[in-house]
Design a protein around this ligand. Sequence first.
Ligand SMILES: *Cc1c(COP(=O)(O)O)cnc(C)c1O
Length: 221
Amino acid sequence: MNPAYDAVRARIDAAAQRVGHPVRLLAVSKTQPAQAVRELAALGQQAFGENYVREALTKRRELAVLDLEWHLIGPLQSNKCREVAEHFDWLQSLDREKLIEPLNRYRAGRPAPLNVLIQVNIDAEASKSGCAPDQVGLLAASVAAAPHLRLRGLMAIPAPLADTAARNPSFTAMRELYAALKSTFPQVDTLSMGMSDDFEPAIAAGATMVRVGSALFGARR
Ligand SMILES: *Cc1c(COP(=O)(O)O)cnc(C)c1O
């Protein structure tokens, strides 16, 4: 039993019901010990998100007996492409062309392609990674052409405005970008947006995956 997990799941399911499509929960386990991941895994949680490659690999090694799905959601430095291609199932933060060739090359020979989301800097924040909205088409075409990568959709982290309702225009802009992407690449099926304090409005705006950390695990140190 885990009241936080049950509560988040129930809120996601209710919001998903309202929009009429399923929504996946990515449990963001950065800074949390392997034991915290083990506890949620025991309740049926499969997908976990990490921001730092080194931390993720340590945890993954500790939990190797479990059949979990690991997502990198933090910025990717080009010198980490090999580790990401070899040890993650999803990369949610692809934001530039030069990462595509090494990711594809290092993924070759693995049983499944690396699932890729293109991260969009939807509010044009200077400090945030992610590509500009008008770059999505070119990046998507490159990912789609790479045989060992699988284009799955888009990810965004709207500017953390204190009033969460003020984030709605960013969510709506993402939904429109996602719809445009899907008309060119019908295989895309994932719009990743929404975190602990705004996953319900994100789902209402069209998110198919939400990334939740502190609402599940408590505040990070
Ligand atoms: C940390 C993080 C989250 C989870 O944030 P919470 O507010 O703890 O739910 C989601 N997405 C990204 C990209 C993150 O870095």
